[in-house]
Design a protein around this ligand. Structure first.
Ligand SMILES: Cc1cc2nc3c(=O)[nH]c(=O)nc-3n(C[C@H](O)[C@H](O)[C@H](O)COP(=O)(O)OP(=O)(O)OC[C@H]3O[C@@H](n4cnc5c(N)ncnc54)[C@H](O)[C@@H]3O)c2cc1C
Length: 457
């Protein structure tokens, strides 16, 4: 975000200071809210849209994620189980179109978000992870989407990227990457140009799903015919979504530029890389030769709010630097320039959920589970359609209106989530050291699967 703001701070969007009315009020200025505002204006240029953001637009996860732009191919088996093969394929194809359209949109609107469609490498870093991609690849093949996964031997992985931890892997050519904050800020500029009224530094303190919907902020009330909730993990503070979302921290460290070291390890193709730990590591390069190294942490949102701050978790950053050096010993003397984190909105089946509250005029898209950069574009298109009463190809996708699998109630949920995520992390660590986790850790780490949850690979 610092880099994006240096490039273009954008015009100011002062806080709301008086009551106002609008056709649609959008809560949250992340990708979901901004894409929804964009598509509303595309569909109806004259529509009056107010967007309320407590921070600056993109100040949440949308402006500080890893920038991996993926669709839903890795969720294909779950989607096929839930909705059948054909519908699962339709969802994946729609998400795939979003990946391409984000790139086209950046060109059309002169947003230099470093968009590149270089694909992702999924690699195994322990015997326990070997072949972890096979179920996805086989399902894709069975449904005629075999080009989405290209299995690679250890030597083939090494042709693209050399690390002592890498074993075999799989190449997913459809994935793209962006500088996340440049995309968020570019979206902000474009929707402002189209007349969306954005109020930043404007936290919604109370929201009523009435008709009209009412969003109360410290210095003004917004009344609108319909409302869109694009609140990401922060929606866990709303009673309606408390059991649907488990906020969990994800953190990133960023090295100084070292393009010559990337040359040495052969990682010059711009591919994103991730492993198959449940507490996923995700890493990529930047055009100036840095490594961005991210990982899911053990911190979870406690109680009703987000609990411990997730903007920066020192213990997670230290862990990630250690992992970075294990993956790339030649980066030991390259400084790590910054570290940050943010909340991801984990759902029980690793899938987002979209829909409309029973009042009929409040629409939401939540639970992107650490994978929203691409899907929020599709969500924005769907939400704009729902807000305008459209009945089209994307509003009819079966992810719209699906109820998420609820997490257990408090007081079980918070301590349970903490215990289980810590066990998952210890299991992942043991397996990365080619050890078997102890039996209690293994039992706890497997508990979510036994209870029908899908919290990761
Ligand atoms: C460290 C990290 C790395 C990630 N890496 C990736 C990745 O590489 N690829 C990927 O696909 N996904 C990644 N994600 C997830 C991705 O960033 C999210 O899925 C996506 O940004 C969700 O967008 P959103 O608009 O739904 O929510 P958000 O970006 O969370 O936006 C919600 C907005 O609502 C605002 N808000 C909250 N409460 C209020 C209120 N009461 N009043 C007003 N405003 C409010 C927040 O300030 C925030 O700006 C990552 C997330 C994190 C934290």
């Amino acid at each position: 975000m610092e880099e994006a703001l240096r490039l273009d701070p954008g015009e100011p969007c002062p806080p709301l200071s008086t009551d106002t009315a609008a056709d649609v009020v959008v809560l949250g200025g992340g990708y979901t809210g901004l894409w929804t505002a964009f598509f509303l204006k595309e569909r109806e240029p004259g529509i009056d849209v107010v967007l309320l953001e407590q921070d600056i637009s993109g100040g949440g996860p949308s402006g500080r994620n890893g920038g991996f732009v993926n669709g839903f191919w890795d969720e294909l088996p779950t989607l096929a189980d839930l909705y059948g093969d054909e519908a699962a394929l339709a969802i994946c194809r729609a998400a795939d179109r979003s990946i391409g359209e984000i790139g086209e949109w950046c060109v059309a609107h002169r947003v230099d978000a470093w968009y590149s469609r270089a694909g992702d490498l999924g690699i195994s870093t322990s015997p326990a992870q070997d072949g972890a991609w096979r179920e996805n690849a086989e399902t894709a093949q069975k449904l005629g989407a075999d080009q989405e996964y290209v299995e690679l031997s250890h030597d083939e992985v090494a042709e693209r990227f050399r690390s002592p931890v890498a074993r075999g892997g799989v190449f997913m050519p459809g994935a793209a990457h962006v500088q996340p904050a440049r995309l968020a800020r570019g979206l902000r500029r474009v929707v402002l140009e189209r007349g969306v009224r954005i109020f930043e530094g404007t936290a919604v303190l109370r929201f009523r799903a009435s008709s009209p919907a009412e969003a109360e902020t410290p210095r003004g009330l917004v009344r609108a015919g319909s409302a869109v909730l694009g609140l990401g993990a922060y929606a866990a503070a709303l009673r309606r979504f408390r059991r649907a979302i488990l906020p969990r921290a994800s953190s990133i460290v960023l090295t100084a530029p070292a393009p010559e070291r990337l040359q040495e390890i052969g990682w010059t193709g711009g591919e994103g890389v991730y492993d198959y730990r449940s507490t996923l590591h995700y890493l990529r390069t930047t055009p100036d030769g840095r490594i961005v190294f991210g990982g899911a942490g053990a911190r979870t949102g406690l109680g009703t709010g987000l609990g411990p701050r997730m903007d920066f978790d020192e213990a997670a950053a230290i862990r990630l630097v250690r992992e970075l050096h294990r993956w790339f010993p030649s980066f030991r003397d390259v400084p790590v320039e910054c570290a940050w984190g943010g909340p991801i909105d984990v759902t029980g089946l690793h899938l987002p959920f979209l829909g409309t509250l029973s009042t009929g005029n409040v629409h939401y898209a939540l639970g992107f589970t650490g994978g929203g950069v691409g899907p929020c574009h599709l969500a924005g298109r769907i939400l704009s359609g729902l807000a305008l009463g459209a009945d089209d190809e994307v509003t009819r996708l079966p992810i719209v209106g699906a109820e998420p699998k609820p997490f257990p109630r408090e007081p079980l949920r918070s301590p349970g989530a903490l215990l289980v995520t810590q066990a998952i992390m210890r299991k992942d660590d043991a397996e990365d050291e080619y050890r078997r986790p102890n039996r209690l850790v293994d039992l706890l780490a497997r508990l979510p699967r036994r209870l029908g949850y899908n919290l990761g690979p």
